[in-house]
Write a protein that binds this ligand. Sequence first.
Ligand code: KG4
Ligand code: ZN
Length: 341
Amino acid sequence: MDKKTINILAIESSCDETAASVVRNGREILSNIISSQIEIHKKYGGVVPEVASRKHIENISGVVKEALEESKLGIDDIDAIAVTYGPGLVGALLIGINYAKSLAYAWDKPLIGVNHIEGHISANYIEDKSLEPPFMCLVVSGGHTHLVYVEDYGKYEVMGRTRDDAAGEAYDKISRALNLGYPGGPKIDKLAKSGNKEAIYFPRAKLNEESLDFSFSGLKSAVLNYINQTTQKGGKIIEADVAASFQESVIDVLIEKLIKAAKLKGCDKIALAGGVASNSKLREVLEMKCENNKLLLYRPSPILCTDNAAMIASCAYYKYKNKEFADFSLNASPNLEIAKS
Ligand code: KG4
Ligand code: ZN
């Protein structure tokens, strides 16, 4: 096989997806296996960490085996083993890390530790093979809301972040209040299509004009208060209108700050990443805004927005090129920060 071809087998187990993938040269997916635990956690209304760890243990061997088989590669063709080591649930992370370490040891391959958020950003390299830094990326997931300036591969500057709830967390909480179930993002996304986004005005937390940070807890309280007060007065809650009005408030703020950050850095490329990036309204409105502002928009297809291991393999490829290898002391880092420049 051509020496310039680097195949990386990656494992992702930071939350409720057990995933493994083989990616060639950081951009081409040879396999992408995801075993989701959503059905199990649904009945609890959210992810139960202990249950997630147990399920990862049950699933990981099968998922990794399938990823290798589907890639049609042999062990000798794999150049490195990559794994998410944070941020995430400590027990869940440890399952993936220990599995990856065992493979690296048994197969005598280098080990690469990857930051989950940097992985989300890298999903854009798979989706659009021509994308090169610099670009401005909005990472919006269940656990994170970050505005990240990607200066180069592996070189990031966090321009803004949430001070309280993550955007996805807000979707999940409002969904629960409306009895729509878990995960809330896709449910609200769908329901909002039939609602009136101007029916209720919910606040936009801009913080101060200068700040690129976000805050969603005030919005969450405003929606919950609206639901409680309307119910107490015997009024009727129109769920689709609440969903559309809530979503409008989230998207307004996300897009305004994303475009502001891009302009600040003089970027003409904007990217989305993370589970909330698959939101249809966010994509639709941002497409329009980017066109108006002459910005190029990059967004991964929905399967690459939510947790997967292909994004981890892509991120690992650039670490491989820089010889950024981990040793067997690699440990879970539940609150891992995004790398500083
Ligand atoms: O990136 P991800 O799979 O996991 C984390 O790293 O957190 O993101 C999951 C989050 C959940 O909060 C889910 O409700 C949200 O992404 N989500 C969405 C949509 N699809 C998933 N939020 C809004 N609209 C969607 N279509
Ligand atoms: Zn994620």
